[in-house]
Design a protein around this ligand. Structure first.
Ligand code: AOF
Ligand code: ZN
Length: 335
């Protein structure tokens, strides 16, 4: 039996849940009888049925389940979360054979789903490599295995390696990347839960931090408070989404985490409590560098324009990136 095409179908199905499953992973499942797909399903939203449940429910003749193979992109769960364990549903239907893309890193599952199936005499096989099934849910993976949000870093620099000129808060920021890069950035903003900047960037640029140029929700602003750059109430009040502030003296009426923002260990894991599973770090340079140096840069998106500047604020030093595309005049690189 060629498992790969059915596992690929699981990935396609899982992708239908993109953008709506968080904090849960995207998962797809397929029921195959004598080489023919007789049921399909995917996980649509946290709190709603899992992919395996949807796939089994979609099979018209349940008698066929006893001679079918169930394919799923993620190990069937073994715990009562918002929904009951999928592994029990599978064994109760007498499905004799299950093929899985990758194990589930959730501490309440992590092999227990597979153990339940094998203990019930079910043959369990895995995809030859778990890589693509993990990549599909990289945010979930970071959340589960590192107990912190997944961080995507983004900046634009020019050909001389500067992200800005030297300037005062009254002077406008140097415009570096073009309109296509801006579209991509807004697409990214529409796919994350939070967007993180320093209070220096807030004071200098007064950014709106919204998803204006793409569809999707605007992320929650997360602002790292530096004593040298107090936040202006007017700017805070202008934000489309109520921000979360990290710092020693939180402004009245705003929630956040009371701590020294330079100690990343103190506040980074706590962001999960605010439902911030995926965070876009947009600057400035010092914050971006501290995320890279602390091994928190899970993904980097960088735009490089053709302009040169004699002197200015140095861009962060990034690990080697891969060129993905030319977006107008900007080279788009990613880790
Ligand atoms: C599966 N199939 O389609 C998904 C799974 O609160 P619950 O009950 O929805 O459980 C959420 C956890 O279940 C989630 O953290 C992950 O470990 C697993 N997700 N498992 O068998 C699915 N979405
Ligand atoms: Zn499940």
């Amino acid at each position: 039996m060629n498992h790969s095409k059915f596992l690929t179908r699981c990935l396609q199905l899982a992708n239908y849940g993109r953008g709506t499953t968080s904090p849960n992973p995207m998962v797809g499942a397929v029921v195959v009888h004598n080489g023919v797909i007789i049921g399909e399903g995917y996980h649509r939203k946290a709190g709603e049925p899992h992919a395996e449940v949807m796939a089994i429910r979609s099979v018209e003749n349940h008698d066929l389940l006893k001679q079918s193979i169930l394919y799923c992109s993620l190990e069937p769960c073994a715990h009562y979360g918002k929904t009951p364990p999928c592994c029990e549903l599978i064994s109760s239907h007498g499905i004799p054979h299950v093929v899985i893309g990758t194990g589930d890193p959730h501490s309440k599952v992590d092999g227990k789903g597979v153990a339940h199936l094998r203990n019930h005499g079910i043959k369990v096989e895995f995809a030859p490599s778990p890589k693509v099934y993990r990549q599909l849910n990289e945010v979930f993976w970071t959340n589960m295995t590192k107990n912190r949000p997944h961080f995507t870093l983004k900046w634009a620099e020019n050909d001389s390696g500067h992200i800005d000129g030297y300037r005062t808060a009254e002077e406008k920021a140097l415009s570096i990347s073009g309109p296509l890069a801006a579209l991509r950035t807004h697409q990214l903003r529409g796919s994350v839960d939070g967007i993180l900047i320093s209070s220096k960037t807030a004071c200098f640029d007064r950014p709106s931090l919204t998803t204006r140029k793409w569809s999707g929700q605007s992320p929650t602003p997360i602002i790292l408070l530096s004593q040298d750059f107090p936040l202006q109430r007017e700017w805070l009040a202008s934000l489309a989404v109520q921000p979360i502030i990290i710092g020693n003296k939180l402004p009245q009426g705003y929630s956040g985490i009371n701590c020294d923002p330079r100690n990343l260990d103190q506040w980074v894991p706590k962001l999960l409590d605010f439902g911030l599973n995926h965070i876009l770090v947009e600057g400035g340079a010092r914050i971006l560098q501290s995320f890279i140096d602390s091994n928190l840069a899970d993904s980097i998106h960088k735009y490089i324009s053709k302009d040169q500047l004699e002197d200015g604020v140095n861009a962060p030093e990034a690990p080697k990136l891969t060129t993905l595309a030319q977006l107008g005049n900007d080279r788009y690189e990613r880790s």
